[in-house]
Design a protein. Structure first.
Lengths: 248, 226
């Protein structure tokens, strides 16, 4: 078991294993996406108040979840890279940042599209919208720092420190913004005892959430493979790979 | 045996203050910036007292944020360039404590003057008199947080040639809680509402930043200097 993890942490084995995993993860993503979209857009009934425009939650809510989840993954991977100097953790953190920023952006855009018919305006300074916007700024800061430092190793470590500072700050920012101004509707799914969302609407949402998760895994591995190749371009095994490709 | 940690921190503090006195212009510029930015608002919006009064807390606080941001670079930049920073990191003292001394020096040189100038700007922005004390209290609690959190950002970007724009992207989002509670407390006291809650939270943020920010700064400095 431990040997497997040690092997996995070496860029070379990771490159192979990720290559095998990507088609499966991508396939699961596609299946879940189709199931979730069909369930959400066709099977689920229209909302009695919001009509069909509620259906945007099937994109909006999973994106918002992923935006937070990926930030935590990025900070966690960054911390692992900082503490145990595992190269692969750096790679995972570096590859997560753009994906997370995209999900944050998607959540903001879909929220704004939904806000137009519901609240009558594209943008309100509502607490959750604002904290999502700040989350996007935090992502952009991390990406900017990655881009600014030339040496990849120290770029990863600096970005990891920033991501950790961000993780500590996210709850503070979230609650201060919440306290400052809120208009957003309360959570409808996380109230575990009695979710205020009907099961026919909930199931597609969960399918979409899983689909997004698999999308993240797929995209992460794709990006990480590239990143590994780039960082290890002088290693013997990448040179060998390059030779193999030349022969083909 | 090397002298103790308090002695080392005190020496560093004295040195930084002395350097600041020798480079007066650099110290004064952010404060002038603070005054100029605030005085632009009445000209850009309207000299009407009611409107200014409503805008005053936010404008003064945002200007304080930007003035701090402007002054942050001086915290580590010159030390990085002349190698003094590397010597500090190589010294036998824990970097976290040295960072405390440096941040304190920075706050004494930039945060404290903002505090002294703020009442004047309050007058310019037609801030009611009962809110003046709150403005000072929130700035007294808030500006050290700005220096502490800003230090992390500077430490991360000190090795870069053009870190300025990036620094604002890194640091400003982290300043938001201080801005919200600071400006809100001033707003509330202008309306004769209780402000204890906001001040407690600012105090908590300060304690939190004093405890954790220097650790992150020390880690970032070690990364930046390689």
């Amino acid at each position: 078991m431990w040997r497997f993890f040690h092997k996995l942490a070496s860029p070379r084995y990771f490159y192979d294993i990720a290559g095998h995993l990507i088609p499966w993860l991508g396939g699961l993503f596609a299946v879940l996406l189709i199931v979730g979209l069909y369930g959400g857009l066709v099977l689920a009934p229209a909302d009695y108040q919001q009509g069909d425009s509620f259906r945007i939650i099937y994109i909006h809510v999973p994106s918002a979840w992923m935006s937070l989840f990926i930030y935590v993954v990025m900070a966690g991977a960054g911390a692992i890279g900082l503490i145990w100097r595992i190269k692969l953790a750096d790679v995972v953190a570096a590859s997560s940042a753009p994906i997370g920023a995209s999900f944050t952006f998607l959540a903001l855009v879909t929220g704004s599209l939904w806000g137009k018919p519901m609240w009558g305006t594209w943008w309100v300074w509502d607490a959750r919208l604002t904290s999502e916007l700040i989350l996007l700024f935090l992502y952009l800061g991390v990406i900017g720092l990655y881009g600014a430092i030339e040496d990849k190793r120290s770029a990863s470590r600096a970005a990891a420190v920033l991501a950790l500072v961000g993780v500590v700050n996210i709850p503070i920012i979230h609650y201060s913004v919440e306290w400052w101004n809120t208009l957003h509707q309360g959570p409808t799914v996380t109230k575990l005892d009695a979710p205020s969302i009907h099961i026919s609407m909930l199931l597609p949402l969960l399918a979409m959430a899983l689909a997004f998760m698999f999308y993240y895994a797929t995209a992460l591995l794709l990006r990480a493979r590239c990143e590994v190749l780039e960082r290890e371009r002088h290693a013997a095994w990448t040179q060998e790979l390059a030779k193999q490709w030349e022969h083909q | 045996m090397a002298p103790g940690i308090p002695h080392a921190c005190l020496t560093l503090l004295k040195r930084d203050l002395l350097l600041a006195v020798r480079r007066r212009n650099e110290v004064i510029n952010p404060i002038l910036f603070f005054i100029v930015v605030v005085s632009l608002f009445p000209m850009g919006i309207s000299p009407e007292r009611g409107l200014l009064q409503a805008l005053a807390p936010g404008v003064i606080w945002v200007a304080a944020l930007l003035a701090t941001l402007l002054s942050l670079e001086s915290m580590f930049r010159s030390d990085f360039e002349d190698g003094a920073l590397e010597q500090m990191l190589l010294s036998p003292y824990p970097v976290t404590f040295l960072v405390h001394a440096k941040v304190l020096a920075h706050w004494l040189v930039t945060g404290l003057p903002l505090l002294l100038i703020a009442p004047l700007l309050g007058v310019l922005m037609a801030l009611p008199e009962q809110a003046m004390g709150t403005l000072l209290a929130t700035l007294a609690l808030g500006t050290p947080v700005l220096s502490l959190v800003g230090a992390i950002g500077v430490a991360l970007t000190v090795g870069l040639r053009r870190g300025g724009a990036l620094l604002s992207l890194l640091v400003l989002p982290l300043y938001i809680p201080v801005l919200i509670f600071g400006a809100n407390a001033v707003d509330a006291s202008a309306a004769n509402l209780p402000i204890a809650g906001q001040l407690y939270i600012l105090g908590a943020l300060l304690l939190f930043a004093v405890t954790l920010a220097p650790i992150a700064t020390a880690a970032a400095l070690k990364i930046s200097t390689g």
